[in-house]
Ligand binder design. Structure first.
Ligand SMILES: O=P(O)(O)OC[C@H]1O[C@H](OP(=O)(O)OP(=O)(O)O)[C@H](O)[C@@H]1O
Ligand SMILES: O=c1cc[nH]c(=O)[nH]1
Ligand SMILES: [Mg+2]
Length: 219
């Protein structure tokens, strides 16, 4: 897998990552969502450089302009619910993308330290020959990303797969690295050291779904 950790380079991206981590700034739910969206836009711009481009001539009012435009058919698939602001960021740039949504949540049994991933809702177009972008802001254990990909398999074989995430734990990055093919790309804003015994990224940012949309009751 090709791993692109964008915070290895100094850029404005670091300001947005700092804000979503900051316990005070993250109290502003709208700002949290908007920052995730802005990070999605930056990740999207970087990944767009790896798409397939073809020559195109544009007619202006005064002449013609030769350029190259990407010609991949993009399917943007996000994992509900924390994936929604990240999805919006990607869709801000990929105007014509088709969209898929899938729900994946952690179901805790009696022991709060163990959980399984439940995939329920799934709406997806054909993936055959297309460029699939799988987006989820948090890559903790990596299980949601892998469970999502398994659930998408009946929809066809994509030409390319790009995973897009905001903060990952090294364990989760290693897990997806072992489960996706070597041609898969991972575009990620930051990779943190470790996971708590409840599967939270440390230092991370807390619970992205709750910060974006409010606390949910465990069920
Ligand atoms: O890599 P993993 O260990 O699978 O964990 C990451 C998952 O956890 C979060 O979702 P969460 O279960 O909190 O659901 P939510 O979006 O509804 O809050 C996050 O958005 C991922 O989907
Ligand atoms: O740290 C984590 C791990 C999973 N989901 C989150 O929202 N945060
Ligand atoms: Mg959550």
């Amino acid at each position: 897998m090709h791993i692109h950790n964008l915070s290895q380079e100094d850029s404005i991206l670091n300001s947005f990552i700092s804000e979503i981590r900051d316990v005070n700034i993250q109290k502003d739910r709208m700002r949290f969502r908007r920052n995730i969206e802005r990070i999605g836009e930056i990740l999207c711009y970087e990944m767009s450089k790896t798409l397939d481009f073809a020559p195109k001539t544009i007619t202006t009012p005064l002449g013609t302009s030769d350029t190259k435009l990407f010609n991949d058919d993009i399917v943007l698939c996000s994992i509900l619910r924390a994936g929604v602001p990240l999805h919006n960021g990607l869709l801000n740039y990929f105007d014509e993308a088709e969209n898929a949504f899938i729900s994946a949540y952690r179901h805790h049994k009696e022991n709060p330290e163990t959980f399984e991933i439940i995939v329920e809702y799934l709406a997806c177009p054909s993936l055959e020959g297309k460029t699939l972008i799988l987006a989820d802001p948090m890559l903790a254990t990596g299980q949601s990303m892998v469970a999502t990909f398994e659930a998408l398999k009946p929809f066809g074989t994509p030409k390319n797969i790009h995973l897009v995430s905001v903060i990952g734990a090294q364990d989760g990055v290693d897990y997806v690295n072992n489960h996706f093919g070597k041609d898969t790309h991972l575009w990620i804003a930051a990779i943190d050291e470790t996971l708590s015994n409840k599967g939270y990224i440390i230092p991370g940012l807390g619970d992205a779904g709750d910060l974006a949309f409010g606390k949910k009751l465990q069920h």
